[in-house]
Design a protein. Structure first.
Length: 261
């Protein structure tokens, strides 16, 4: 079973990959991490499978390509090694495989190569996308609309079950975590936040209201999980949600009435 981490640059995908693996292993799971970023310089975890063993972005710099073109070409070229990457994963035989994707979301998700290479490795096995929404996008309702619109766009690109999480939630106010984020799935709630905001100009308000209505009308909204690598309970809750999606079981539950995310 595969867990695919996606999100904008700086959202904390690689850091979450390492911490989530530790949390899952504490429960007895066998977990492998695949570094899927050919341009990664340093990683906060020891990759079990590393695409840099097959493709180095420096090789494309040598061909005269710039940073963006090099990353696109490097990711596209991984299709030539998808069988070998999958063989490495199969040798480990993990219960779960975490795939840490490149930070440049737009270059990975919105080109043909990214989804194509992923699907060639995953085959028909169960998989789930974890989409990280940086906490900086939750400073006002218009920004919340923008990041949720991006999340819905990613969902249409990868066409997989998707769990939306707010990363670095330790930087958020308690009111946002306890009252606002848990209610975002309620039909019309985000629209009410937009109308109550005093910091949004007329054009942005109209556009944001239209996008919010479309998100609710599409049925896209689900519960959004605030996640912090400094809060073990939040990581355990995420793992529980992953299991719920991938195994459709309720074997892993959290019973904790005292701790808050």
């Amino acid at each position: 079973m595969f867990i695919i981490l996606l999100g904008t640059a700086g959202a904390g995908k690689s850091t979450l990959a390492g911490e989530l693996k530790s949390t899952m292993e504490d429960t007895g799971a066998n977990v492998a991490i695949v570094n899927f970023d050919p341009a990664a310089e340093k990683l906060p975890y020891d990759a079990d499978v590393d695409v840099r063993d097959y493709v180095k972005i420096e090789d494309f710099f040598d061909k005269g390509l710039g940073p963006n073109g090099s990353l696109i070409s490097a990711v596209d070229s991984l299709i030539n090694y998808s069988d070998k990457i999958r063989e490495e994963i199969d040798k480990i035989n993990p219960d779960f495989t975490i795939i840490d994707t490149p930070g440049q979301l737009e270059l990975f998700a919105y080109r043909i190569g990214g989804p194509l290479v992923l699907n060639s490795i995953i085959y028909n096995e169960k998989s789930v996308v974890i989409f990280l929404m940086d906490s900086i996008f939750f400073d006002n309702p218009a920004n919340i609309v923008s990041i949720l619109t991006l999340a819905s766009s990613v969902n249409t690109r990868f066409r997989k079950p998707q769990i939306n999480v707010v990363s670095k939630s330790d930087l958020l106010d308690k009111e946002l975590i306890d009252e606002i984020i848990p209610r975002l799935h309620e039909d019309g709630y985000l629209e009410s936040l937009l109308r109550e905001s005093k910091d949004i100009d007329g054009y942005t308000l109209d556009l944001s209201l239209s996008l919010a209505k479309a998100l609710y009308a599409s049925g896209y909204f689900g519960h959004i999980l605030p996640i912090s690598i400094f809060n073990e309970l939040s990581l355990r809750l995420l793992y529980g949600k992953i299991q719920e999606v991938l195994t459709e079981s309720e074997d892993y539950k959290i019973y904790d009435n005292e701790n808050n995310l």
